[in-house]
Design a protein around this ligand. Structure first.
Ligand SMILES: [Zn+2]
Length: 177
């Protein structure tokens, strides 16, 4: 259970930097290197202690993390950024596609800012139109993500864990412009 649990690790500044398993997260808390700031309610017991399994921990000392380059632009990463959710109707999962907000036929670019996760139905309905022309609205305007761990947006995470994580991930989804 502990090895399967995913815990979001924040720097001292609350910036998300990593995802680790539950065992490692608890060790860091017990060693006084981190504090649990969100938990999923799951009780962890041993002979000497019992506490809630953290969903998010925060390091007590700032760790300098060199930026490891760009997050690759790909269909999969667009889906991850958009949490596998159609940005027009909110459908989660299903047959996902990517949609150019400003259609390619009208000069729309294939960039983080112009491509969103879309279900097949919305993609077909929108066609070669701009969202407002099709009477469709985006759930949020697409931005280039600054952080995500491949597991941070995994649909395998429980809803409650995603909820715990989302408030820490959201401010870091977009790059300052
Ligand atoms: Zn849709």
């Amino acid at each position: 259970m502990l090895d399967g649990a995913r815990v979001l690790v924040l720097n001292q500044t609350y910036e998300p930097i990593h995802v680790c398993n539950g065992r490692r997260a608890i060790r860091m808390v017990l060693l006084g290197k981190a504090v649990s700031i969100e938990n999923d309610g799951l009780l962890v017991r041993s002979e000497s202690f019992h506490f809630r399994l953290p969903a998010v921990i925060r390091l007590l000392r700032f760790v300098h993390i060199p930026r490891t380059g760009e997050i690759p632009f790909s269909k999969k990463n667009i889906w991850r950024r958009d949490n596998y959710t159609c940005q027009y109707c909110g459908l989660v999962g299903g047959h996902l596609t990517v949609d150019h907000v400003n259609p390619r036929s009208r000069g729309g670019l294939t960039t983080w800012e112009n491509v969103v996760c879309s279900c097949r139905a919305c993609n077909a309905r929108k066609g070669d139109r701009l969202p407002h022309e099709a009477g469709m609205a985006l759930m949020r305007s697409p931005r280039k993500p600054r952080f995500f761990h491949p597991e941070a947006m995994s649909p395998r995470l429980s809803d409650s864990v995603q909820l715990h994580w989302s408030k820490y991930l959201r401010p870091f989804e977009s790059s300052p412009r």
